[in-house]
Design a binder for this molecule. Structure first.
Ligand code: 1GP
Length: 230
């Protein structure tokens, strides 16, 4: 199952964070649908390679969410390419992408790549600061972004990113209403099963990140959303 459309629950590991073998084993053998390796700061070729090779001991699919060109390496099951739609800096829409294509376009297997229309909503997150994201979106704005992803860009994935804080479920619901054909991913601040279930009402896929490093037991419980769906 290397297609994002098959993923209901995903753990995201930040290559800049330390993770011990026992924790990694429990995360990889949790029954989650995939591991995404991705972060904002200090994502390097070395720490991506190290984490990928450790995750590769397990059968769980492993995807790289690309944050810079230096750390893109072969060997992942899938590559996720974020385009931050509410960024005021064109670098994060398509600037990095055009550089990547100029350098590597001749050797890319495009089937392995999935474009993500990203909407970054936590103003205090590193990603919001880095990308100069406009996090003050109204519900009308959110609906329009959803329409843009679903009907105009026709990206396969729309990712509502509240990284570091639990988001507004109303915004997610609004986005879902605008995205009938797009895989909707929610990530940010999910720290327990009930939060995972709340967001899963509208998200097709939920991403659990930080809590892995804070409270592994609660992180692992979130995988139960797979058993409890409809
Ligand atoms: C981050 O969306 C993910 O990119 C998950 O967010 O780390 O807050 O769980 P958290």
């Amino acid at each position: 199952m290397y297609e994002v459309k098959d993923w209901e629950h995903v753990f995201k590991l930040d290559p800049a964070n330390e993770i011990d073998d026992s924790t990694l084993q429990q995360v990889c053998e949790s029954g989650t649908d995939a591991i995404i390796i991705g972060g904002t700061d200090n994502v390097t070729l070395d720490n991506v390679l190290d984490l990928m090779s450790r995750v590769r001991r397990y059968t769980v699919p492993c995807a790289l969410e690309i944050s810079n060109l230096e750390s893109v390496i072969p060997g992942f099951d899938r590559y996720l390419v974020p385009a931050v739609l509410n960024s005021s800096n064109v670098t994060f829409h398509n600037g990095l992408l055009i550089e990547a294509l100029k350098q590597y376009g001749h050797m890319i297997d495009f089937e392995e790549f999935t474009m993500e229309g990203y909407i970054v909503m936590n103003p205090d997150s590193k990603v919001a600061k880095l990308t100069a994201a406009d996090t003050t979106l109204s519900e009308d704005d959110m609906y329009a972004y959803g329409q843009m992803v679903n009907h105009f860009y026709k990206f396969p994935v729309c990712y509502l990113e509240y990284s570091g804080t639990y988001g507004d479920v109303t915004m997610l619901k609004t986005l879902k209403a605008a995205c009938p054909d797009t895989r909707l991913i929610y990530g940010g601040g999910i720290e327990n099963l009930s939060q995972a279930l709340e967001m899963k009402q509208y998200a097709d896929t939920i991403v659990v990140g930080n809590v892995i490093y804070k409270d592994l037991k609660r992180a692992l419980e979130t995988v139960k959303i797979k058993a409890q769906k409809g």
